[in-house]
Design a protein around this ligand. Structure first.
Ligand code: SF4
Length: 382
């Protein structure tokens, strides 16, 4: 079946191009410690062999940026770098990568006296100088605070789209055209709405699709499939990532899952969309990356799924996140949230912090909180 494609422009990332009529590129991200050069280079090469068109690496410090030069020397893969708060690291990483991803919601933390426009100008200059593309990566867990404050508290969609479009407008003004956009949420229905509305406003901008914190397979693949089917079948999406919580040696499954979803959509093997998550327990967990501070996180995510099976018919969301960078913000919308530190797991009920518990103590504590929420739900519906 010939799928329609939005008239997005072509954006080159190293040896691969996205947008226009190019095949939809499939990406993944390393989860090893970036400063462990051997392990990270091995994972990059494993992902490239599994068919990754682009591999992303997280860089949070000058030491991570230094490691990147050594990783570059060990791989031919197209590399993207994920910057969080320190936008100035762009200057250190750009010589070694093909794409820089920045998050508009994270541009506020460093050099607060400087405008976000100046910071984007800096990143665009550096990217232009070093032949890099840019991704404006907007995420539900870290919405630009100025945009979030301008809209109703229960509307996360409009501030995300407004944030993306204002960054596109600035990059356009700067004459920087090699960029794409992503709008990610852990709820497939929101991913669909975000990307449909953005594509309507800016059909020329290539879109990177993903459901963030999709969780473990098979649920993580199913959530992602639901979103991608509704977007790719309408011509929306130029590159994809399936984010899965799997151990490091299984990261290649993200690529296999992405290619399988695309092949199924092209062949018309599309399942009808269910009203996802409204009637059942929804466990979300991040795919893990180099920021994970305790490897026990992946096992904990699996244990949470096992332990909570008894609650599968309750419409509640539990989020399990791997680090302090995104964990605190991205658990806010869950009924119960866990984010992992080096020695403790932090437990939250919505935005409320309930305390930090050892890895051996967290499951019983989570269960008692879950039981309270179930009892409340039952009392409410009685
Ligand atoms: S929550 Fe932290 S560990 Fe998990 S993918 Fe996001 S940045 Fe990485």
């Amino acid at each position: 079946m010939q799928l329609p494609r939005n008239p997005s422009r072509s954006v080159r990332i190293g040896t691969v191009s996205i947008g226009h009529d190019h095949p939809i590129a499939v990406q993944s991200m390393t989860a090893t410690k970036t400063q462990d050069v051997e392990a990270t280079a091995a994972q990059v090469n494993m992902l490239a062999e599994a068919g990754a068109d682009v591999v992303r690496i997280a860089v949070d410090s000058a030491k991570d940026a230094e490691a990147l030069a050594e990783i570059r020397a060990r791989t031919e893969a197209n590399l993207s770098v994920d910057l969080q708060e320190n936008y100035r690291l762009a200057a250190h990483v750009a010589p070694h990568v093909d794409k820089i991803r920045y998050n508009p919601g994270h541009l506020y933390h460093h050099e607060r006296e400087k405008s976000w426009q100046d910071k984007v100008r800096f990143i665009a200059d550096v990217a232009g100088e070093h032949d890099c593309a840019i991704r404006v990566g907007v995420n539900c867990g870290s919405i630009d605070p100025a945009q979030a404050d301008s809209f109703a508290a229960d509307d996360s969609i409009t501030p995300m789209i407004t944030s993306a479009t204002e960054h596109c407008a600035l990059l356009d003004t700067l004459g920087f055209e090699r960029y794409c956009v992503s709008l990610k949420d852990s709820d497939p229905a929101k991913v669909i709405e975000l990307n449909r509305r953005f594509a309507e406003a800016r059909p020329d901008v290539p879109l990177h699709l993903g459901v963030t914190e999709a969780g473990m397979p098979p649920e993580g693949v199913i959530k992602t499939r639901i979103a991608f089917e509704q977007l790719v079948s309408r011509g929306i999406g130029d590159t994809i990532r399936v984010s899965l919580t799997v151990p490091n040696d299984r990261k290649g499954e993200e690529i296999a899952a992405g290619r399988a979803i695309l092949a199924d959509i092209a062949a018309g093997r599309v399942r009808s969309v269910v009203d996802y998550g409204l009637e059942t327990l929804n466990i979300i967990s991040c795919p893990s990356c180099s920021r994970v501070e305790n490897e026990a996180f992946v096992e904990l995510a699996a244990q949470v799924r096992e332990m909570t099976r008894y609650a599968k018919n309750h419409a509640l969301t539990i989020a399990v996140m791997g680090c302090r960078v995104n964990g605190p913000g991205e658990t806010d919308d869950a009924d119960l949230g866990l984010w992992c530190g080096p020695n403790y797991v932090n437990l939250k009920r919505g935005e409320e912090e309930l305390g930090a518990f050892g890895y051996d103590d967290i499951l019983p504590r989570l269960k008692s909180e879950l039981d309270v929420l179930i009892a409340r739900q039952q009392a409410g519906s009685a």
